[in-house]
Write a new protein. Structure first.
Length: 318
């Protein structure tokens, strides 16, 4: 069983989306726990619900403070809660660029439109006035530009002939409550998703010169053209419970040193270990992809034809 992600939720009012996230997290197979509910409004109704459910709460009035100073307070609360991700759920205050950048890739929001349409406010009225057939909601990654980050998921909601912004909003909120927990769960589960992990490895491996992908021993593998395999993707193959990248070391001494240094990260593959290959565990919440890219490059150099490595060495000199 993988460790659940630790999610903090920021609200400003009643917190209905926060409640949807919180109650979804109570399912036995949930991918995350809500570890903190924070607000810029100490009177936010959602804080009472969170506290009643045993969730830590934090609140501070933002009035009279600069945006960056207030966001520093939030960051301190998030760090104290050991939050992995932050979910905005009706948080009605713009965040500083510094805060967004600090939590880049770990900060999500739900917006009441089918993004990229109708960023900002008055989304339902704008959809109705435009004669759209559907409104809806979207979950996206937060970036410094308002409502402009990558969209993770969306749900369309039909606009009826007699709809007002209020009647449409009343239906869209139901869609939001369905969408946000699912999208958040899918997103925080990526570090354990073999398809997502393989795509990350594939992108890094195929960025190396003249590299191609094929199947080796029933698993995706990568090699330089006319060269030997330099990487294998192992999705719990040969009885191993791990999802790992197998790469070539310089020999048994380096392999042994790596195992001694970090037995949680490295392991000797059952099928390849005798041939100087080592496994790097990928199904971890804190996988260092720069480290993975470095290993792919080193392994490529150890197995590629010398004609290719000479070209790469020459390019590195410039």
């Amino acid at each position: 069983m993988h460790r659940r992600a630790r999610v903090a939720v920021l609200i400003s009012g009643r917190g209905s989306n926060m409640a949807a996230l919180l109650y979804a997290s109570r399912a036995a197979d949930a991918a995350y726990d809500v570890v903190l509910v924070g607000s810029n409004n100490p009177d936010a109704e959602g804080l009472k619900l969170a506290a009643a459910e045993g969730v830590a709460v934090w609140a501070h009035d933002h009035r009279g403070m600069s945006r960056s100073a207030f966001d520093d307070l939030i960051t301190n609360a998030l760090l104290e809660a050991n939050a992995d991700y932050v979910a905005l759920a009706g948080y009605m205050r713009l965040l500083s660029t510094e805060f967004v950048n600090r939590w880049a890739g770990r900060l999500l929001n739900i917006h009441p439109s089918l993004l990229p349409k109708y960023k900002g406010l008055d989304t339902h009225a704008r959809a109705i006035d435009a004669g759209d057939s559907h409104g809806g909601c979207s979950v996206h990654i937060v970036t410094p530009e308002l409502d402009d980050g990558p969209v993770l998921a969306s749900i369309p909601v039909a606009i009826q002939q007699d709809d007002t912004p209020q009647t449409l909003a009343a239906r869209v909120i139901h869609a939001e409550h369905q969408l946000y927990p699912r999208a958040l769960s899918d997103y925080v589960s990526r570090p354990y998703n073999p398809e997502w992990l393989l795509e990350k490895v594939r992108t890094l491996a195929l960025a190396l010169p003249q590299t191609e992908e094929s199947i080796s021993h029933g698993a995706p593998a990568f090699r330089a053209k006319k060269g030997k395999f330099f990487a294998h993707f192992s999705d719990r193959h040969h009885g191993d419970e791990r999802i790992a990248l197998l790469v070539k070391t310089s020999g048994q001494d380096e392999l042994a040193n790596l195992l001694d240094a970090d037995a949680e990260l490295y392991h000797r593959p059952a099928y390849y270990g005798a041939s100087d290959w080592i496994g790097i565990r990928l199904d971890r919440r804190d996988t260092d992809w720069e480290h993975v890219a470095d290993w792919l490059s080193k392994s490529w150099r150890r197995t590629a034809p010398k004609s290719l490595t000479k070209l790469m060495d020459a390019a590195d000199e410039f």
